[in-house]
Design a protein around this ligand. Structure first.
Ligand SMILES: [Zn+2]
Length: 236
């Protein structure tokens, strides 16, 4: 006679299934049409599930074009560059403005562009208004796509960087309405409203990006914030 699974056995099986489902949602493997989650609305992100809502954009071109719309972001689809040797991209966009600020990006993943819009609209712009009484009018970056491995981390040195699929962006400076530029390199360390702004903006990025690294992570990041929507989770 076959033994029936014990209660503990069934519980373990259930946990394995739930963990598998959670992983599939996290990696954007569940197409939006099969997902019980409401689609992402850049004007109204839902706490807790926003990470999964962003992940749904990973492979879904149609959802991407419905979500990335003005006035939240100005973006058009970029032509795919099929992956070779771990480098390339699919479902990327070209960006000209985000959260009311100019930003020129030739190619960035749809979900990273959406995370950037959420961060600008709900964190950076309100922060700039409260500290300086002005909005941010443009952003500077140091790149999105670069076919390379992770640098500066001995444990991950053989792994492709999220930049290899343009699933990351390096933000280096913000310009306010009066023309004042706030740069990570110049303003991060010395106590000032600019430093307060940069530190709060960096902390808030962790709500939308899985990895948000700044000058305190290592010397390689002394002049920019690295944001990505990869598989790891780090906020330093
Ligand atoms: Zn980076």
């Amino acid at each position: 006679m076959r033994n029936r699974p014990t209660l503990l056995g069934r519980l373990i099986l259930l946990l394995i299934v739930l963990a598998g489902l959670g992983f599939a949602f996290r990696q954007g493997l569940i197409p939006a049409r099969y997902s019980p989650l409401p689609a992402l609305d850049l004007a109204n992100p839902l706490p807790i599930i926003v990470d999964w809502q962003l992940a749904e954009l990973k492979y879904d071109r149609e959802l991407c074009s419905r979500v990335l719309v003005p006035p939240h972001i100005e973006a058009v689809q970029a032509r795919d560059k099929p992956l070779r040797n771990g480098c390339g991209w699919i479902n990327n966009v070209r960006v000209s403005s985000v959260g009311g600020a100019r930003l020129h990006v030739d190619t960035v993943s749809c979900q990273t562009a959406a995370a950037l819009a959420l961060w600008m609209i709900h964190e950076v712009q309100p922060l700039a208004m409260s500290l300086f009484g002005q909005r941010v009018t443009s952003l500077e970056h140091m790149g999105t796509y670069s076919c390379r491995n992770i640098v500066g981390n001995p444990f991950w040195k053989d792994r492709r960087s999220e930049h290899a699929t343009a699933n990351a962006i390096d933000i280096s400076a913000f310009t306010l309405e009066n023309g004042q530029k706030i740069s990570v390199l110049r303003h991060w360390s010395r106590p000032s409203p600019e430093s307060e702004f940069l530190k709060a903006a960096h902390r808030a990025a962790c709500r939308y990006f899985r990895v948000a690294l700044g000058p305190e992570f290592n010397r390689a990041h002394r002049d920019h914030f690295h944001f990505d929507r990869g598989i790891l989770s780090t906020c330093r």
